[in-house]
Design a protein around this ligand. Structure first.
Ligand SMILES: C[S@@+](CC[C@H](N)C(=O)[O-])C[C@H]1O[C@@H](n2cnc3c(N)ncnc32)[C@H](O)[C@@H]1O
Length: 315
């Protein structure tokens, strides 16, 4: 694509002198990416974001050593009926369909962005899962993954409903990474740009009435709703190739690329709608955020929470 003519902008707030700063905003927003008002999901579902989500899917699978879930199902003990809430492009549901050919897999999402060529035991439905679930039968496995800032109250909207729609003995598993980043060795300065961005993202999610930090609370929410045998396993997603360990370094490099590709999509709708920022202001504020992802002296990471629990046989 030929980028349109570069623009020369000055930043109105005055805290970042940007006179003569050459920046091409238009190359980041195609017609399909335009910010729409009054929507429930504040991130795009366009081709480039869907490709990023599919790469994200592969990275998380790699982090989990190729496993699709940690709940105790196997080929010898397969689930019979599986529900994937907010399935996105449906990769998890499709791979579950291949792994467990005898199971029925249902994926639901606000957007019809799933492929039509899928295993015969996989079906997709368009649905807003924050509304009442109108399913005729009970599931023995319900799953969510990367639904950050999708729900106003994950405990009542998703976890309680999952409990109600599981058969006794069925499992819920949530695989969720919060916006917050961690660092174990003091190499992350307080003004690290991605840290600042993640705090802004948490603030804007609160304004949007969406929960961004669900991962750390899943265990408690599941127990409060009545799940038993709740287990939490966490995995590190390094922000770039800083780790010495070759496997984690590789994951970090892939994660860095994914974040660089996604940060506009994470920011534009939310910061525009709920903080009144223009597209230009948002993109300019992301320059440092992107730049800091190349600094390998900062040993920061996201934490992926995989939390699973069982509905008691007696419930
Ligand atoms: C980041 S994607 C994750 C997709 C998938 N779970 C994965 O891991 O690849 C989040 C998805 O949540 C869906 N979503 C957001 N709010 C929803 C809602 N209220 N009901 C159903 N799906 C929703 C979006 O359409 C989007 O496809």
């Amino acid at each position: 694509m030929t980028p349109p003519e570069s623009l020369t902008m000055s930043f109105p707030s005055g805290d970042r002198p940007l006179d003569n700063y050459q920046f091409t905003f238009e190359s980041y927003l195609t017609d399909s990416d335009r910010i729409e008002a009054d929507v429930s999901y504040h991130f795009p579902n366009d081709v480039s974001e869907n490709e990023r989500v599919e790469e994200q899917y592969e990275i998380l699978k790699m982090v989990m050593d190729g496993r699709l879930h940690l709940a105790p199902f196997s080929r010898d003990h397969p689930p019979r009926k599986v529900l994937d809430i907010a399935t996105g492009t449906g990769n998890w549901a499709i791979e579950m369909g291949d792994l467990y050919p005898e199971a029925e897999i249902i994926g639901t999402d606000l957007s019809p962005i799933q492929p039509s060529f899928v295993p015969p035991n996989v079906r997709f439905f368009v649905e807003d899962s924050s509304d009442d679930w109108d399913y005729p039968s009970e599931f023995d496995f319900i799953h969510t993954r990367m639904t950050i800032s999708c729900w106003s109250d994950m405990k009542t909207q998703i976890i309680q409903r999952a409990f109600d729609h599981l058969r006794p003995g069925g499992w819920l598993e949530c695989q969720e990474a919060p916006a917050t980043i961690d660092c174990d060795d003091g190499t992350m300065p307080d003004d690290y740009a991605w840290l600042r961005w993640s705090l802004d993202f948490q603030a804007v999610s609160r304004l949007a009435n969406r929960q961004s930090e669900i991962g750390p609370y899943l265990k408690d929410w599941m127990r409060e709703v009545g799940f038993v045998d709740v287990q939490e396993v966490t995995f590190k997603l390094p922000l770039n190739g800083w780790p010495k360990d070759p496997r984690l370094k590789h994951i970090g490099m892939l994660w860095q690329r994914n974040l660089l590709e996604g940060v506009s999509a994470f920011s534009l709708g939310m910061f525009h709608r709920f903080m009144g920022k223009s597209v230009e202001e948002i993109e300019l504020s992301l320059v440092d955020v992107r730049k800091c992802l190349f600094d390998r002296s900062v040993h920061a990471y996201h934490r992926l929470y995989v939390v699973f629990g069982r509905k008691p046989e007696t419930a």
